[in-house]
Design a protein around this ligand. Sequence first.
Ligand SMILES: NC(=O)c1ccc[n+]([C@@H]2O[C@H](COP(=O)([O-])OP(=O)(O)OC[C@H]3O[C@@H](n4cnc5c(N)ncnc54)[C@H](OP(=O)(O)O)[C@@H]3O)[C@@H](O)[C@H]2O)c1
Length: 326
Amino acid sequence: MKAIMYERYGPPDVLELKEVAKPTPRDNEVLIRTHATTVTSGDCRVRSLHMPVGFGLIARLVLGVSRPRQSILGSELAGKVESVGKDVNKFKIGDEVFAFTGARLGCHAEYKCMPEDGAVVLKPANLNFDEAAAISSGGTTALDFFRRAKLQSGEKVVVNGASGGVGTAAVQLAKHFGADVTGVCSTANMQLVRSLGANHVIDYTKQDFTENGETYDIIVDTAGTVPFSRSKASLKDRGRLLLVLSGLPDILQMPWVSMTSSKKVIAGPAAGRAEDLRFLAELAEAGEFKPVIDRRYPLEQIAEAHRYVDTGRKKGNVIITLEHDD
Ligand SMILES: NC(=O)c1ccc[n+]([C@@H]2O[C@H](COP(=O)([O-])OP(=O)(O)OC[C@H]3O[C@@H](n4cnc5c(N)ncnc54)[C@H](OP(=O)(O)O)[C@@H]3O)[C@@H](O)[C@H]2O)c1
């Protein structure tokens, strides 16, 4: 099968299209033929080892000190079940599914095996493969942070970086949970963020939301521009700052903020659970959650996709499409 491999950390040029052995599903696994996958900001971080402050060494220890241990990137996909192991009873050949491998990666390939009890779910009928491929990464991240923050209906939420992969999911999910949502983005993305249901949109090139006198129950920062020092005055009493993008100092600061104020900083990696995928699929099926697609690239042009995601300015998700002869 075709797969995109990289043998050393670096710029998008390290990515190579290779022919590798097609995997065989174990007894409890399904073999999925990939129709669409994504390039996330996480893929670009892992490829380049460009990590948030304080995580450089930890990342090398986890991902491989001198070269990557997992040479195929990609954390989400959508496709069709091509074969099943003998103990599989939740899926059958031909089922259309989407899946999330998270930090285990491995989705930038024509085929991927997943345990039937893992993060693999039937594709919502009203989404195409491209849309279904983009449900998991932003969706599970936003969901996990809102769960940790105990988001309540009626709360005021501001999402900084509302037009990105996590931001577009966070705006839609906060609206679903009954919040009053403000999206913060650049001028060009205001209409997009409004279309996702945001009650208010702030153009960060014209106004600094931390200085406009408003206060919020929850501030979500996906852009890394509103640390606690800048945003604490914009948090209500018992307010929570969700640092989707955080460095080690932000994480070390968390207990100190809780001990010394009524406010809270929540940071660190999000958990991507199978039940969250099922929840997001139900929401998508009900028309309440729709992944935003910015650009599509064929598998062969994945380096171009990485170059675009590297800009840090994508709108929602960047899709990689795979052609199959039939
Ligand atoms: N903690 C976790 O588990 C976890 C999970 C997923 C992602 N992440 C991290 O979270 C970050 C965001 O991920 P993503 O996938 O959403 O990235 P993305 O799709 O590249 O989006 C980043 C967004 O930031 C916006 N932005 C840039 N400068 C800004 C500024 N000064 N003020 C406000 N917005 C600004 C951009 O919008 P404009 O073009 O409008 O400026 C862009 O839409 C990444 O660093 C990623 O590594 C963490």
